[in-house]
Design a protein around this ligand. Structure first.
Ligand SMILES: CC(=O)NCCS(=O)(=O)O
Length: 365
């Protein structure tokens, strides 16, 4: 790049940054925060999740190869990561389009699509889905967990990673001009790897410059969310504008949950619809049911955290689509909201969790 090209790009970046203040950045461009409506803050509309394939238990090999059909659905729901085809949500664009139309009908307005580099983000598909359905879609910048980092990514300095993330937000990602409106989900394992720490620091530095929302996938250990916050804080990240995802499978003890909540991030319960006996990625965990998730939401509200809570389904396998007998992207709006109301959570509190908190998080400073 010549000096004058460099100066032009710098001026374009400053202009792009200024134009985002007070706005939410969707795959179709910036929108006013009031336009978002009810928002699922952690979903995937197209991804490949083969990085997390778990071989089936001995004796179950045939089920793992069987086609996805009615008689196999219960096995699939209990073993979603042991079936290669089930991990290819990227093959279901037509079904996802139908789902998004149903989501709108159910009162949904926006979806934050958390697919980052490593699990096959597909921005042109997201943009087309937004055009076809009228649902606002916010795409994610940055990198998923270490096992998906390329050798090139692992060799990068924090500054290079920061530049890439900033570019994905200000100018577009994956060789397109389609821009990402959040950083994340940034993937971390437990313990957090060196490469993941660099990405976390880069996310914090990018957030400092952009004033944008960040969302984290923590490792599967109760200490993981707190450790991520520590790394982000040391790098200057804004924890009040950061979401900690997957708390349903990560911090099950209420005392530990309150300790974590004091650190000030958004608290996300995003596995609504997932009811499994054995959680393949950490067999020590008893995955809560949806009823237990609602109980935890009521507990956090009682403890004063209604301004910090977010909910979603994190759909990332085929079996969770209605096409395959799953709950789909409208489960929270159709089923969980009535349950919340029946358990003493007020309509005003539901609206905070589904409308106000996502809007505040997603608005650029
Ligand atoms: C796509 C993704 O990372 N989903 C999270 C699955 S987990 O079981 O909660 O880790």
């Amino acid at each position: 790049m010549t000096e004058s090209e460099g100066e032009t790009k710098f001026s374009a970046s400053i202009a792009a940054m200024l134009s985002l203040t007070g706005k939410v950045l969707t795959v179709l461009g910036p929108v006013e925060p009031e336009q978002l409506g009810r928002t699922m803050t952690h979903e995937h509309l197209t991804l490949t999740f083969e990085c997390c394939y778990c071989p089936p238990a001995t004796g179950e090999e045939a089920a793992a190869l069987a086609p996805i059909e009615l008689k196999n659905l219960h096995w699939l729901q209990q073993n979603p990561y042991s079936h290669h085809e089930n991990l290819l949500l990227c093959q279901e664009t037509n079904a996802v389009r139908d789902e998004l139309l149903r989501y709108r009908k159910a009162g949904g307005g926006t979806i934050v699509e958390n697919t980052t580099t490593g699990i096959s983000r597909d921005l042109p598909v997201l943009q087309q889905l937004a055009k076809d359905t009228g649902v606002h879609i916010v795409a994610g910048a940055g990198y998923y967990v270490d096992v998906t980092h390329s050798d090139e990514t692992k060799k990068m300095m924090v500054e290079e990673l920061t530049d890439i993330i900033i570019n994905e937000v200000l100018h577009g990602a994956d060789g397109t001009d389609i821009r990402c409106g959040v950083i994340g989900e940034i993937g971390t394992s437990w313990p957090i790897t060196e490469s993941e720490k660099k990405v976390l620091r880069a996310a914090a530095h990018a957030q400092t410059q952009l004033g944008c929302p960040v969302i984290i996938h923590p490792g599967r250990n109760p200490a993981a969310p707190g450790e991520v916050v520590r790394v982000l804080q040391e790098a200057g990240g804004d924890i009040s504008k950061t979401v900690m995802s997957h708390l349903d499978r990560t911090i099950l003890d209420r005392g530990e949950l309150l300790e974590f909540a004091k650190l000030g991030s958004y608290l996300e319960y995003d596995l609504f619809g997932t009811e499994v006996l054995n959680y393949a990625f950490n067999l020590v965990v008893d995955m809560p049911s949806d009823s237990q998730r609602v109980q935890t939401l009521a507990f956090l509200i009682k403890e004063g955290y209604e301004d910090r809570m977010l909910i979603s389904h994190d759909i990332h396998t085929k079996n969770r689509l209605t096409k395959y007998g799953g709950h789909g992207y409208s489960h929270i709006l159709r089923n969980i909201v009535p349950k919340m109301l029946s358990r003493g959570i007020s309509q005003n509190q539901v609206d905070k969790i589904l409308i106000d908190n996502p809007k505040n998080w997603l608005t650029f400073k």
